[in-house]
Design a protein around this ligand. Sequence first.
Ligand code: 5GP
Length: 122
Amino acid sequence: MPTPYDPQNIFARILRGEIPNKTVLETEHSLAFHDIAPQAPVHVLVIPKGPYASFDHFIEKAAPAEIADFNRAIMQVIADLGLAEMGYRIISNAGVHGHQEVPHLHMHVLGGAPLGPMLQRS
Ligand code: 5GP
């Protein structure tokens, strides 16, 4: 069952212009901006402009044009920031087990240096 969308989440506030961001790319349906606490030399978040809490919610409810735009925006960020040649990682955390902190769908785009193994178990 998808998480209900909270319109007061921080990315909704960024989309409304209530909180500043360092924009990398804006398209009709998506926004990409630098993460405030980067985990790699390049750490960009790509979000849909629509009110979707997580990837499953997005795929279930979004229009095909929004889904296509979101995927193209991710690839545009990868191209614009020169990540394709040496590689990158895209991650979307969802829900409690996914350790999602902001309940608006976002894809982390990470790169710019070797990123190490995907998960470090604690
Ligand atoms: P999550 O854990 O939900 O997958 O990732 C949330 C991400 O949002 C984190 O990497 C965190 O650093 C980032 N973040 C949280 N608040 C802000 C903010 O106000 N501005 C930006 N640019 N990133 C934020």
